[in-house]
Design a protein around this ligand. Structure first.
Ligand code: 5GP
Ligand code: MN
Length: 361
């Protein structure tokens, strides 16, 4: 699973030459998005000659706000002018934890415009672990390097492999961010985690000073009361089970979320919970959200956006279901998508199609 050596060399040549760097990561950043982007930033900032900024399409959840460097992140939805200025000055753009420009909303179009206007004056590096669909990603070119390894448990691990390339990591902030991404994208090493090299990296990060117990507390023991009660409500009142396909569905309206004082990130992890039922192999969580300014271009006039999250056990892929039905994608066992329109329509699409895609055993 190691990254091809020529790719690593090419990536390192780009990083060595980089002076003005913008790092981008995906919409609704999770621990791995933040970990890979900030980990890369801190590693690059060891060299004082480099100016490095992280730009995200929209806000990140409170439980990630403690991450070193989070307070300096530029949020495109809030400060597009600053983000555009940084992109215009950039000689290097690094995309972490996504490979489709669509995954960063309006910022994606801005990036594409910039890359085509600048030509060879900008290098683009993609570091990601999602299945790459050729029609949805950047076209190959001499100034574009794609390190996209769908078998890797996290983008943060790939960042580690690129920036360390065998030597020790010198920035504790980089190590902490990378560890956070590795931990969150494997559910605290509970899935996608049967890779010995993962633990070799964790050992090096802890040796470099990462306080893994503190990271755990920041991520898992910082819930609001509303979030805890929302989980109870979902499991008791909202979870539907479809025994013939061992599937579960939780669909949450905006009104329901409002009752629980919902904040970005509060639904994190709920989709995994039904899989703890012995008979459940597929789990889907839908939640209604408002269409943001950045998403209007994709919304076909709808004011409502339904965010779909899917999880599965074992050899039961959910990424093609998300790709075909909800214009999304992701990994075999963890995928997502979206639907612009009422929640009931998204639920109907699920009900009309799940039997075709889900296995009966
Ligand atoms: P989550 O359910 O945690 O939001 O996402 C699970 C996985 O599916 C993540 O790896 C994420 O990148 C991917 N994913 C989520 N939403 C989308 C989407 O709208 N489009 C694509 N292509 N992938 C998604
Ligand atoms: Mn990831």
């Amino acid at each position: 699973m190691a990254i091809d050596k020529t790719l690593i060399n090419k990536a390192q040549a780009i990083l060595d030459a980089a002076r003005n760097v913008v790092i981008l990561t995906h919409m609704s950043p999770d621990g791995d998005a933040m970990g890979s982007a900030l980990g890369m930033k801190h590693a690059l900032c060891m060299s004082p000659a480099k100016q490095v900024s992280v730009v995200v399409p929209n806000g990140f959840p409170d439980f990630l706000a403690w991450m070193p460097g989070a307070d300096e992140i530029i949020i495109y939805e809030k400060d597009a002018a600053k983000a555009n200025e940084l992109l215009e000055e950039a000689d290097t753009i690094i995309c972490t934890d996504f490979n489709e420009p669509k995954r960063i909303g309006a910022l994606g179009q801005k990036m594409l415009d910039m890359v085509s206007a600048k030509g060879d004056a900008v290098n683009v590096m993609m570091i990601d672990h999602h299945l790459m669909m050729p029609e949805r990603t950047l076209q190959d070119a001499a100034n574009i390097v794609k390190i996209v390894e769908a078998a890797s448990p996290s983008a943060s691990q790939l960042v580690y492999e690129v920036v360390s390339a065998g030597s020790e990591i010198k920035s504790l902030d980089a190590a902490t961010c990378i560890y956070t991404g590795m931990m969150t994208d494997t559910g605290n090493f509970a899935f996608n985690s049967n890779h010995p090299e993962l633990y070799e990296i964790v050992a090096k990060l802890v040796a470099a000073g990462v306080d893994k117990d503190a990271v755990y507390n920041h991520i898992f023991n910082a819930w609001s009361e509303g979030r805890m009660r929302l989980v109870g409500y979902c499991l008791d009142r909202k979870m539907r089970i479809f025994p013939e396909r061992h599937a579960s569905l939780i669909a949450l309206s905006g009104k329901e979320l409002y009752r629980f004082n919902f904040k970005s990130g509060d639904a994190e992890g709920i989709v995994n919970m039904p899989l703890s039922i012995k008979e459940v192999n597929y789990s889907c969580l839908m939640r209604e959200d408002k269409v943001t300014e950045a998403e209007k271009a994709f919304a076909n006039g709808s004011k409502k956006k339904i965010k779909i999250s899917m999880r599965s056990q074992g050899d039961r892929p959910v990424n093609m279901f998300c790709h075909d039905i909800f214009n999304g994608g992701g990994h075999k066992n963890a995928s997502g998508g979206e639907y612009y329109g009422p929640l009931e329509e998204a639920v109907k699409l699920f009900l009309d199609n799940y039997e075709k895609y889900f296995l009966a055993d």
